[in-house]
Design a protein around this ligand. Structure first.
Ligand SMILES: NC(=O)c1ccc[n+]([C@@H]2O[C@H](COP(=O)([O-])OP(=O)(O)OC[C@H]3O[C@@H](n4cnc5c(N)ncnc54)[C@H](O)[C@@H]3O)[C@@H](O)[C@H]2O)c1
Length: 305
């Protein structure tokens, strides 16, 4: 199948592209390279450097006539969404709406969307898909609003979809500069002999899911889970303090963390149930945290060689 992967040069998108190639599909990448890198994408894959919001997007879809669209391109930073909510909404909400329109116009068979646990806000304990959306940031709001448009595009115009709400994704190719994931930031700091920073007291928890598992969930959604909203997580919580302890052991470091004030918009606890993913997508995480951390460290060390 021909699949347009928006944001395919980014962290998760590039793993989705790899998984599609491995399964004999033909991915095409649309990315503006604001966060993505060409080096993340296999050479045989066609790349269109384009801003989602530009006129080029429609032209690409018209020309390529993809069977499906996997939409990952986004403004991904919670902090930036608080600094510039309009820009966040333009890329995440307006970008998604425009793409939905083109999918309908050019007969795309399915729209697969990367949503986030950020839609839940403070869920005490584990969040299942029916937990009411109550985002704490404009980023979470932009994902929640996009979800509503996707469901309405299905209800009003019949465009099939699967919405995947990811927990905290980690693994190779995640950026450690700027707004990168906490795991890669910690690995980089510890390897450089620097002190890792923890915002808050470190007891906040996250559900860490390995990036190749997330890529597999997207591939599964091409076949299963039509018109469903499905969590993609491990149904476990790890505190930031525990995470740092794991990484310190693996990297043989004894640097104590620097505790800084808690950041606005940060969720306190996050754990996503994954029963629906198991039942409807026939998906479950294959890589546990110790194995995933080891793989991530290995790829980090390889990149440094
Ligand atoms: N990383 C996580 O833990 C996580 C968790 C939940 C949801 N998500 C979602 O998964 C998706 C991928 O995130 P990621 O972590 O791989 O981030 P990423 O920044 O690595 O990937 C996003 C990609 O989108 C591209 N992009 C951004 N704005 C664009 C625009 N206007 N036009 C075209 N391309 C644009 C960037 O260049 C980048 O390659 C996003 O939708 C994000 O919200 C990520």
């Amino acid at each position: 199948m021909k699949v347009l992967v928006t944001g395919g040069a980014g962290f998760i998108g590039s793993h989705v592209v790899n998984a599609l190639v491995l399964q004999g599909h033909t991915p095409i990448v649309l990315d503006d390279f604001s966060g993505g890198r060409t080096s993340n994408i296999p050479k045989e894959v066609r790349i269109y450097p384009a801003d989602l919001l530009s006129k080029k997007t429609e032209k690409i879809i018209k020309k390529e006539q993809p069977d499906m669209v996997i939409h990952l391109a986004a403004q991904v930073s919670v902090a930036k969404s608080l600094e510039d909510p309009a820009e966040d909404a333009a890329i995440n909400v307006l970008g998604t709406i425009k793409l939905l329109g083109y999918c309908l116009k050019y007969n795309v068979k399915k729209f697969i969307f990367s949503s986030s646990s950020a839609v839940y806000g403070h869920a005490e304990g584990e969040a299942s898909e029916d937990f009411p959306a109550s985002p704490l940031s404009f980023y979470g709001t932009s994902k929640s609003v996009s979800e509503s448009y996707i469901r309405l595009y299905h209800e009003l115009f019949g465009l099939p979809y699967t919405i995947l709400r990811y927990a905290n994704v980690y693994g190779p190719r995640q950026r450690s500069d700027g707004e990168g994931g906490v795991i890669n930031i910690f690995i980089e700091k510890l390897l450089n002999g620097e002190q890792p920073c923890i915002y808050g007291d470190g007891t906040q928890t996250r559900d860490f899911v390995y990036v190749e598992d997330v890529a597999q969930a997207n591939v599964a959604a091409m076949v299963y889970g039509d018109n469903q909203t499905i969590n993609i997580g491990t149904n476990t919580q790890t505190s930031i303090n525990e995470l740092l302890t794991h990484l310190s052991v693996l990297l043989d470091s004894s640097k104590p963390p620097l505790y800084l004030p808690k950041r606005d918009g940060d969720i306190l606890h996050s754990q996503l149930t994954n029963l629906k993913a198991k039942q409807l997508l026939h998906w479950e995480p294959a890589v546990d945290l110790p194995a995933g951390l080891t793989k991530t460290i290995e790829s980090f060390l390889k990149e440094r060689e």
